[in-house]
Design a protein around this ligand. Structure first.
Ligand SMILES: [Zn+2]
Length: 206
């Protein structure tokens, strides 16, 4: 079973978490990119976004920001948002709360963002409650499966176009693993929604 769209029943289970950003009547989608910054890949994504005057949100790993601070700066200089995605891509279900918060704090020293996205979308309810005191905890509505080699490029693209609604938050990855599919898919997503009159906004920190 491949999940493209977050099941509706899940949203009320995690009331502290943001799944979408509906603005009444406005044709807006929110593109997000996880796991960067990655040399070449992130910069190529930035170029594609520029072509469509699209703003997006990059949920960065602290360890990558530490290695490539100039790319993280470039993301912000171009008007996109940075979000905390932990320092070392921890699973919230697998580590103690202490370890989890500590890892997020290290990443926070490197990027000071009011946005947080849990790696793998895995977060305990009490972690979500605690973190939502300091961050806007952002999950997503539509998953592109761009990193997933068993799912064809066409199927990923078709599903993203089909499930996206005004206000949806979409997930992509600016990683080496996802790049072959992303390079093909992202311009098509941008083209499709631009032609329909949508604009692409970053997610604002609280
Ligand atoms: Zn991730």
């Amino acid at each position: 079973m491949v999940y493209w769209h977050i099941p509706r029943w899940l949203k009320p289970v995690y009331p502290q978490v943001v799944w979408d950003e509906r603005q009444s009547g406005s044709q807006v989608v929110h593109l997000t990119f996880d796991d960067g910054p990655t040399p070449f890949v992130t910069q190529s994504v930035l170029e594609m976004l520029e072509c469509y005057r699209a703003k997006a949100t990059f949920f960065c790993l602290g360890r990558n920001v530490e290695r490539y601070p100039e790319i993280a700066r470039e993301i912000q200089l171009r008007g996109h948002a940075l979000g905390n995605h932990t320092y070392s891509h921890l699973k919230g279900w697998k580590v103690t709360d202490q370890e989890y918060y500590h890892d997020i704090e290290i990443a926070d020293h490197l990027m000071q963002s009011g946005l947080f996205r849990p790696p793998y979308g895995q977060i305990r309810r009490r972690q979500a409650r605690e973190l939502s005191r300091h961050y806007k905890v952002v999950l997503w509505e539509v998953m592109s499966h761009d990193y997933e080699r068993r799912i064809s490029w066409e199927r990923s693209l078709k599903s993203v176009l089909r499930y996206t609604e005004p206000g949806s938050i979409l997930v992509f990855h600016d990683s080496v693993k996802a790049w072959p599919k992303l390079e093909w898919m992202l311009p098509r997503v941008l083209e499709h929604f631009s032609a329909k009159g949508y604009s692409f906004h970053r997610i604002e920190a609280p």
